[in-house]
Design a protein around this ligand. Structure first.
Ligand SMILES: [Zn+2]
Length: 239
């Protein structure tokens, strides 16, 4: 296949994000997938289904529209494509989505438990516990399973009044994590941070099973250091 030039940058971005999944130890075998979206074209590039990471190339990425229909590609898109499409449709301006089966995030998803904020690592990324969905119903699983996975993510975020621009991770009960961001690489960072936060939370509960959440004033301080008008973490650039 010859890649249409206007899709090349999107395919390259999706390829690079997908290659970060095994590099960061977020999935083995063919598990996991990343997508990169161009909201102005209502298109995204996503990993092909079932191909090992070492065989991926920018040209193997599949270009799909926001309805989940293939626009260009030699391969079938990831089996989770309809979940990605549902989120891109629901949340305008999203630039990328990542799904992994990273071990410690999956442990919380399989326990059907939200991840409490125990420390500043978590508070740097969100002021709220990482939400976990309910199980999908028998009807949802029998019907359009991947679409319903997207729907339950959107529903759960809404029910908890979580803004996807600020809370960029969720656990699907019995399954695993989905993360997102303004770019595919930001979604990868969210996936890597989530895995580490989940691991730290498990260790915290091993040290002290009845540990409570981090006090709100510390949560707030850490969030504001990195986000919003008064942020001062990092280096000032440009200007
Ligand atoms: Zn999965």
């Amino acid at each position: 296949m010859k890649r249409t030039p206007k899709y090349a940058a999107l395919a390259e971005e999706a390829f690079k994000a997908n290659m970060e999944i095994p590099r960061l130890g977020l999935a083995i075998l063919t598990w996991g997938n990343a997508s990169a979206a161009d909201p102005s074209q209502a298109l995204f590039a996503i990993k092909p289904s079932g191909l090992p990471y070492e065989e991926l190339t920018p040209d193997s990425m599949v270009i799909v529209d926001f309805e989940g229909k293939v626009v260009e590609g030699d391969y079938n898109p990831s089996s989770d494509t309809k979940t990605h499409a549902a989120l891109f449709r629901a949340w305008s301006g999203l630039g990328g989505i990542v799904h992994t089966h990273s071990t410690h995030a999956v442990a919380w998803a399989q326990a059907c438990a939200e991840v409490p904020i125990f420390g500043t690592t978590h508070a740097d990324h969100s002021t709220r516990p990482v939400p976990c969905t309910a199980y999908l119903s028998p009807e949802e699983v029998k019907g359009d399973y991947e679409l319903e996975t997207g729907n339950i993510i959107v529903r759960t975020m809404k029910a908890r009044a979580l803004d996807p621009a600020e809370a960029t991770a969720i656990l699907v009960a019995g399954h695993g994590p989905f993360t997102w961001g303004s770019s595919a690489m930001k979604a990868i960072h969210a996936a890597a941070a989530l895995e580490e936060i989940c691991r730290m939370a498990i260790l915290t509960l091993q040290v002290r099973a009845d540990q409570g959440a981090l006090p709100a004033h510390i949560v707030d301080k850490h969030w504001r250091r990195k986000h919003g008008a008064d942020a001062y973490y990092g280096q000032k650039r440009g200007g």
